[in-house]
Design a protein around this ligand. Structure first.
Ligand SMILES: Nc1nc2c(ncn2[C@@H]2O[C@H](COP(=O)(O)OP(=O)(O)OP(=O)(O)O)[C@@H](O)[C@H]2O)c(=O)[nH]1
Ligand SMILES: [Mg+2]
Length: 500
């Protein structure tokens, strides 16, 4: 079955370029055995923008491409060579396109003027090379920085205003024939209903050269307002025009009467939306050439009787009768038609186009004493960490700490000596004891401490009671979680217990 959807709303995936990683390299020269750090910065990743253009009238091009990605930045290299910057990507969209973040529902851009350019996803900054980390204290930094990640967004593009003028009518009314003679559009024309399946757009030139956009909308049928025959889709397009031209076949060859056919379409427009029926409208009887004067007068009379105030235009697109007058009327009426409401779109200010933060991470306890850590930022860092170089490794551990990985691990019950897995690397957990005493309260550690204390006591009974108490307090502090220490200790009781 042939099913063609006209695209005035489309969701695409967009990804900016990631920043290139910074390099770790050393300056080498013939007679200098070991020079300073010379690793260059990574290049910036390309950003993705949308630009409003007059060249497009529909979003139909996006039917075939639904993923757009700008170039990643290049890696830094030795000799202070910076990575190449990724090329930016500018996506052309028709004027009148609104951009919405498909994940949050936020409208973030309204491309309403030609040439307007909006950022969708910023490229990642390049990571700094080790040359940039050289300080008086550390002249040989063995680490660099990873590039910032790309930004991935699902973006819904929606075209608000499709055309200035919308041609509506039953199938075979002559809509495509009319657009083919007033514009350069070359739609398919045939003597069967539903020849046109997606709106055709044509530009009619004004005497001054400006163009107005006319949409030939597929035929509407009874029930269109309820969705019959893709009616909803087509009426949505009608809604996006400023002036409706209702074409009625004066010969009514497909059955019914011209007046009955007119009423049918008006009913559908009204049923679809009370707003739509108030839109400026022209009634045009087509195929005038196929009727003689008396027949035409009859048809007009039936309309005059039913709608005394309705102005009626008659044309023949085939014999080019009254076409110039029709075009003039069209321009005049369009001039009078209200300008498209200053679109009521208030793009939300959100930082989703520039937010490169991927510092979220997840920890899973895979078995007793083993924890698996994953996260975008952590992965980027591990990629550039040289596990064989202590400085590089230290830097990585500092990043983990700064991200709060240690805190979370301790909270999940990780103890010193447990295994921490990240990607294909495994580490022994050894957090700073002063910061994470809980991690050191393993059963074994407690037993060792108690033994040491016992040994201490066994070897030296000369402590006076005050010293003993102090020493006990000290041990207690080491052995017992802080919350317990906070309670007042009953020293005598504790001493009794030890003496047993
Ligand atoms: N005699 C005469 N025939 C016409 C005129 N305009 C269109 N027709 C014929 O009417 C038939 C339908 O014309 P189309 O322009 O394809 O009609 P449409 O409204 O686009 O139809 P759909 O796309 O099916 O909705 C074709 O056979 C045309 O040649 C006209 O001014 N005079
Ligand atoms: Mg057609």
């Amino acid at each position: 079955m042939m099913m063609t959807l006209f695209l005035d709303e489309v969701t695409v995936k967009i990804e900016s370029g990631a920043g290139g990683n910074g390099a770790v390299a050393w300056h080498r020269e013939k007679f200098i055995a070991f020079g300073g750090p010379s690793g260059g910065d990574g290049g910036r990743g390309g950003s993705v923008y949308a630009i409003a253009t007059e060249d497009l009238n529909t979003l139909v091009d996006f039917r075939f491409i639904s993923f757009f990605k700008a170039d990643d930045g290049g890696k830094g290299a030795s000799k202070n060579c910076h990575g190449r910057g990724g090329q930016e990507l500018v996506i052309k969209v028709p004027v009148g396109t609104v951009l919405k973040d498909a994940d949050t529902g936020e409208i973030f851009a309204d491309l309403s003027t030609i040439g307007q350019k909006e950022l969708i996803a910023q490229g990642g900054r390049g990571g700094r090379g080790n040359a940039r980390f050289s300080t008086a204290k550390n002249k040989a930094p063995y680490f660099s920085e990873p590039g910032e990640p790309s930004i991935v967004r699902n973006v819904t593009m929606e075209l608000k205003l499709l055309a200035d003028v919308g041609l509506v009518g039953l199938p075979n009314a002559g809509k495509s024939t009319l657009i083919s003679v007033v514009s350069a559009a070359k739609p398919k024309i045939a003597n069967y209903p539903f020849t046109t399946l997606i709106p055709n757009l044509g530009v009619m030139r004004k005497p001054n050269g400006d163009g107005i956009v006319i949409a030939d909308i597929p035929g509407l049928i009874e029930g269109a307002s309820q969705g019959v025959g893709l009616g909803h889709d087509f009426l949505r397009h009608v809604e996006r025009t400023r002036l409706i031209v209702h074409l009625v076949d004066a010969t009514a060859t497909d059955g019914g009467t011209p007046l009955g056919n007119y009423n049918l379409i008006q009913q559908e427009l009204k049923a679809y939306s009370a707003e739509l029926i108030k839109r400026p409208q022209l009634l045009v009887l087509t195929k005038q050439d196929a009727l003689d004067e008396a027949e035409l007068a009859d048809v007009i009379a039936t309309f005059n009787k039913a709608y005394p105030n309705l102005k009626i235009y008659t044309i023949s697109a085939v014999s080019k009768l009254n076409l110039d007058a029709f075009k003039r009327t069209l321009l005049e009426e369009l001039e009078k038609a209200p300008k498209p409401e200053a679109v009521i779109v208030n793009p939300t200010l959100s930082d989703r186009a520039t937010n490169h933060d991927d510092s979220a991470f997840q920890i899973t306890k895979t078995s007793a004493g083993t924890f698996f850590v994953e996260g975008g930022k952590i992965h980027r860092w591990i990629e550039i960490t040289d596990m064989g170089v202590p400085q590089s490794l230290m830097r990585f551990l500092m990043v983990l700490k700064a991200l709060g990985v240690f805190r979370k691990l301790v909270k999940m019950g990780a103890k010193v000596g447990d295994t921490i897995e990240i990607r294909d690397q495994a580490f022994d957990f050894e957090p700073d004891e002063r910061e994470h005493p809980e991690a050191y309260q393993t059963d074994k550690a407690l037993a060792d401490e108690a033994q040491a204390y016992q040994d201490d006591l066994d070897g030296d009974w000369l402590l006076d009671s005050e010293e003993l108490e102090e020493s006990l307090m000290e041990t207690r502090r080491l052995l017992v979680p802080r919350s317990v220490v906070a309670k007042e200790l009953d020293t005598d009781e504790a001493l009794d217990a030890l003496a047993d």
